[in-house]
Structures are given as structure tokens and as C-alpha cells.
Write a protein that binds this ligand. Sequence first.
Ligand SMILES: Cc1cc2nc3c(=O)[nH]c(=O)nc-3n(C[C@H](O)[C@H](O)[C@H](O)COP(=O)(O)O)c2cc1C
Length: 204
Amino acid sequence: MRTRVLLSAIVLVCSAIGAMSQSINLPKPALSDTATLKYALENRQSTREYNAKKRLNRQEIANILWAGWGYNRKDKRTAPSAIDRQEITLYVCTAEGVFRYDAANNRLDKISDQNIMKICGKQDFVEKAAANIIFVCDKDLSVSTEMSAVCCGAISQNIALYCAANHLGNVVRASFDGDKLRQQLKLTGNSYVILTQSIGYPVE
Ligand SMILES: Cc1cc2nc3c(=O)[nH]c(=O)nc-3n(C[C@H](O)[C@H](O)[C@H](O)COP(=O)(O)O)c2cc1C
């Protein structure tokens, strides 16, 4: 009995390490040259009805994440942060699992294989989105909660404008269970979930 418990524990630890060590190199961000800021601003809106069958490909995920919070200069990003603390990390949840966006390396690091779309928010449509972005704030880097909220506003608006320009739906959301998400994202220390954003193809 004890051997079986020990073996199960080893298998669990190995699969956790396996999931964590998986990284996906994203394609180079390639945004359209034709979509205008005017078009994006005119079409920016919150979407709460998603076509659950249409998923995002890797190019789209790379574009969305870069637009939101990628590096557009050597060590600075597409959105501002107070005293350049860059305290926000984006996590991406899809049906394939949970990933952390490593912006510097344009890479997704797999956190888990689990489909946690259902717990990404408290509204039914959240599960039908193609992806849910989870904004995680490192309190140790943050100047204040207000400053981090402003940073999240800028990141989420970058994403919203990308979506509007590319016929994708999105909605920024404050309705989520932060404790549940913290557990699933395996957050440690003073990091906490500050905002979420659903993205996907709108129902036509
Ligand atoms: C900080 C913040 C939190 C929000 N939280 C939610 C939410 O939890 N669920 C939701 O459906 N919409 C949420 N929204 C979206 C607003 O309801 C939406 O922006 C508003 O109704 C105006 O609609 P529009 O975005 O289409 O212009 C949130 C917006 C902001 C800025």
C-alpha cells in the first residue's frame, strides 16, 4: 500500500515537472499593416457571445500578447507601467491548458495541461471564449494597487484594440474568483490575479 502511494506521488510530481518544463516558442508577432487606428477605435466593444468552435491559432495568440504587453523596444513594452516596474504577467488559458507569457522570449511556458476555462470567470460565456487572459500582479514590484490597475487598463485596451482591428471579440472582466485562479496558476509569494479578459470569435 505504502509503495503504491509513493509511486503515485512520484508520477504526480513527474507529470507536474513535465507540464512545467514544456515551452512553446511563439511565431514572431505579425500585425496587419492595413487595419487603422480609426477602424479599431470605431469597432472597440465588449463581446459576450463567442463561437466556441473557433479557436485561436498560434500566430493570433502571439499577436494578441505582443499587442497587449510585448516588448516594442529593447527592454520596454507596448503598455506603460509606473516607474517602469513591469509588475504584470499575462497568463493564457485555453482548452489546451494554462500558459505563462514570457514576453522577453516570445514564448509560452506551460503551467498545466488542465482546461480551466470554466473557472476563468463567473459568467457562462467565459467558457466559450477561445482564450482567457489572466493578469497577474506582483505586489512586490507594484508601486500601488491603483498604479497596477492603470497598467492593466493600458494592456487590456491594447488587446481590445487589436481584437477590434482583427474581427475578434473581447471583454475585460473583474468578475472572477481570485483564490481559485491563484491556485490553478500555481502563483506563489505576493502575486495575485488583478484582472481577466476573454477573447474569441464572436457569434455571427
Ligand atoms: C474594470 C472593468 C471590469 C469589467 N468587468 C466586467 C465583468 O466582470 N463582466 C463583464 O461582462 N463585463 C465587464 N466589464 C465590461 C463593461 O461592462 C463594459 O465595458 C461596459 O458595459 C461598456 O460596454 P462596451 O465595452 O461594449 O463599451 C468590465 C469593464 C471594466 C473596465
